[in-house]
Design a protein. Sequence first.
Length: 62
Amino acid sequence: MGEVIRFVSKSERERIRLIWEARAIYDSVFPAADPVSEQRDKAPATHRANSANPQGSDGAFL
């Protein structure tokens, strides 16, 4: 006794499912460990210089 049952509509359940799915995709693309910054530290100096400036000498984006 004393339990509260809340009605959740089908559209609300679908919205929650889509949010969970989007978060899972985001986490797979942008992991919390951030291995990109670790790779940047190990990259040769020329690669670090180019990654810091996304524009080439002619002003065009690389």
